[in-house]
Design a protein around this ligand. Structure first.
Ligand code: KIV
Length: 271
């Protein structure tokens, strides 16, 4: 495996670079990031993507859910992350209710890109018309299927999705529709590993898993979970990479290498 050698003159990865990684079978590593300090470390290690996730509502702001995160919060944290990176591709979440209509979505996505420095925005669910509209405006979009944390008040709890055949078929159909609408990437959260494998094979665009098994084209974890920061219970699909590491940088590197070499996630972290 080619190991990336950090060079401050290196250019940010593009969506085409990520697509090429899928095509040549190279796993894509991704971590969430919310500030310049961690952005510097993650970028230096060579992690391919940073997701400024609305999980910041939980791990940074201390809320029970992601629902209170505003577009203003997202722009602020995206700016902090993008200022410090050299190479990693940056995706920023459109938070709850910030993409209720195509026009609202475009206005907020533009803020994440123009003010925050994101290269792509992520939104939850099969919002096909919104995705098509954003892509038509020249805004790269990452879809997000499976467990949708912004629907927590409808779901009732954070649980594995797509276990029943009908639910699995719906996720597969939604994934195809998102790709057809122009989504450039897809995050699959908390779905059975076999389902994620099937979707990763069927789609041309890279599929990034979290709690979705090792066969996805790439992996993402919430940074604070994998560094074992916080008092909450770590999700089963995550791993404490600080356990064997002497520093945060070593832990991030251990995660990055484990993803690249398909050593993470294992069956113990999958459904
Ligand atoms: O907000 C976030 O961190 C996310 C990941 C869980 C994929 O969307």
């Amino acid at each position: 495996m080619n190991q990336y050698v950090y060079d401050s003159k290196v250019k940010p990865l593009t969506v085409n670079d990520l697509l090429a990684m899928k095509q040549r079978g190279e796993k894509i590593s991704c971590l969430t990031a919310y500030d310049a300090g961690f952005s510097t470390l993650i970028d230096k290690v060579g992690v391919d993507m940073m997701l400024v996730g609305d999980s910041l509502g939980m791990v940074i702001q201390g809320h029970e859910t992601t629902l209170s995160v505003t577009i203003r919060d997202m722009v602020y944290h995206t700016r902090c992350v993008s200022t410090a990176r050299h190479r990693a591709f940056i995706i920023a979440d459109l938070p709850f209710m910030s993409y209720a209509t195509p026009l609202i979505a475009a206005k907020n996505a533009a803020k994440l890109i123009q003010l925050g420095g994101a290269q792509m925005v992520k939104l939850e669910g099969a919002r096909i018309e919104i995705v098509r509209f954003l892509v038509d405006q020249g805004i790269p979009v990452c879809g997000h299927l499976g467990l949708l944390p912004q629907l927590i008040n409808q779901l009732g709890s954070y649980k594995v999705q797509g276990k029943e055949p009908a639910d699995a078929a719906k996720i597969i159909a939604d994934a195809h529709q998102l790709q057809q609408a122009g989504a450039g990437l897809l995050v699959l959260e908390c779905v059975p590993a076999d389902l994620a494998r099937e979707i990763s094979i069927q789609l041309d665009i890279p599929v990034i898993g979290i709690g979705a098994g090792v066969a996805c084209d790439g992996q993402v974890l919430v940074l604070y979970d994998m560094l074992n920061i916080g008092s909450g219970k770590r999700p089963r699909f995550s791993r404490n990479f600080m356990g064997d590491a002497g520093s945060i940088e070593e832990a991030i590197n251990a995660y990055h290498q484990a993803v690249k070499q398909s050593r993470f996630p294992t069956a113990e972290h999958s459904f």
